[in-house]
Write a protein that binds this ligand. Structure first.
Ligand SMILES: NC(=O)c1ccc[n+]([C@@H]2O[C@H](COP(=O)([O-])OP(=O)(O)OC[C@H]3O[C@@H](n4cnc5c(N)ncnc54)[C@H](OP(=O)(O)O)[C@@H]3O)[C@@H](O)[C@H]2O)c1
Length: 321
């Protein structure tokens, strides 16, 4: 079948490992379903995979794509949940030490067909297109959990999003606005800040700029480049929710500030199946739809990868079949 995959780990030049071509048809084990993929979205995770981060060397070649939307053999339209739990685990799946995301152990969604456990294929609301549904399983689910499960923020309080144009950032802006938070955003260029305002940000700032007042919560995926600003942006007792460190992890922890102002730092990763179901319903009833900056046929996937690598995002990048 046609697929976009990583041939081997390539830490310095991730695109050198990108292949577009034929891969074996997947076979569905007992309890798994075959999904004919209609759309799948690009995540930074796919670039990490090409670099060999978060995947064992013996797992290559690996079909890329951690989320998607498609059709089951019986015609049901579905959205994929990317967190594959261990069958022996009975607790919350994001806390399962043996859980993997699609493309870490099991083949991903940038292909004609993907197989997933039956519980990882959720009914797609008719109101969402396949391209919109494809944005939900990773970036949007991560943003949903950061905002509504981890932050404890109440409507009317102020949130700061570090980064304006990325997949998780745009989801945080759109969901935060819809939920009644005051949404502030930093962006690296005027164009990116304008995008954030178009998506509902109440105010935008240059990266690292002094804010008019301190905020209740900061939402981090950038890491090293913005961490110190995030710590300084918080009110006493405020919270940083972090789910990524694109610019590198070795940040100055600002420990004095952390204890003296009784700040809280909370990690967040993906979300549960139930949270994805709630996110789909939230989009359905609120009318919020993911900002898709680029929609390309899967054959042109390399253009999307290059744009993300160069930081040229304007919302989600979606590949269609
Ligand atoms: N833990 C999880 O479950 C989970 C799930 C999804 C994503 N993530 C992580 O979250 C991060 C973002 O993923 P994504 O798919 O949203 O990527 P993306 O679409 O490429 O977005 C990258 C974002 O990072 C910002 N950024 C990058 N470098 C920066 C720098 N040096 N200074 C300031 N801002 C910078 C960009 O801001 P501008 O708009 O200003 O350029 C942009 O908003 C990745 O590290 C990814 O691995 C984690």
């Amino acid at each position: 079948m046609f697929a976009v995959y990583a041939a081997e780990p390539s830490p310095q030049d991730p695109l050198a490992a990108l292949r577009i071509g034929e891969r074996p048809e997947p076979v569905a084990p007992e309890g798994w379903v075959r999904v004919s993929v209609r759309a799948a979205s690009l995540n930074m995770h796919d670039l990490w995979t090409l670099r060999g981060v978060g995947i064992k060397p013996d797992q290559f070649p690996m079909t890329l794509g951690c989320d998607g939307a498609g059709v089951l053999e019986d015609g049901t339209e579905v959205v994929l949940h990317s967190v594959i739990g261990d069958p022996s685990w009975s607790g919350e799946e994001t806390l399962d030490p043996k859980r993997t995301l699609l493309t870490e152990k099991h083949q991903g969604s940038f292909a004609d067909t993907i197989v997933v456990p039956a519980r990882n294929a959720l009914p797609k609301p008719a109101a969402l297109s396949f391209a919109e549904g494809a944005c939900m399983g990773t970036a949007w689910l991560t943003a949903y959990r950061m905002l509504f499960v981890k932050s404890g923020l109440r409507p009317g309080q102020t949130m700061l999003v570090q980064g304006a144009s990325g997949g998780v950032s745009t989801a945080l802006i759109q969901l935060g606005r819809a939920a009644g938070y005051r949404v502030w955003v930093t962006g690296r260029s005027e164009e990116k800040r304008a995008l954030a305002e178009e998506l509902g940000a109440h105010a935008t700032f240059e990266s690292g700029a002094r804010l008019p007042e301190r905020v209740d919560a900061v939402f981090e995926t950038v890491g090293k480049a913005t961490w110190s600003h995030s710590m300084k942006a918080l009110k006493p007792g405020g919270i940083i929710v972090i789910s990524g460190s694109t610019s590198g992890p070795d940040a100055d922890a600002e420990l004095n500030r952390l204890f003296f102002l009784q700040l809280r730092v909370v990690g967040s990763t993906m979300g549960t199946r139930e949270e994805l179901a709630d996110l789909l319903r939230f989009c359905e009833i609120s009318g919020v739809r993911p900002k898709i900056g680029a929609e390309l046929p899967l054959e042109r996937a390399e253009e999307g990868f290059r744009a993300m690598l160069d930081g040229e995002t304007a919302g989600k990048i979606v590949f269609t079949r």
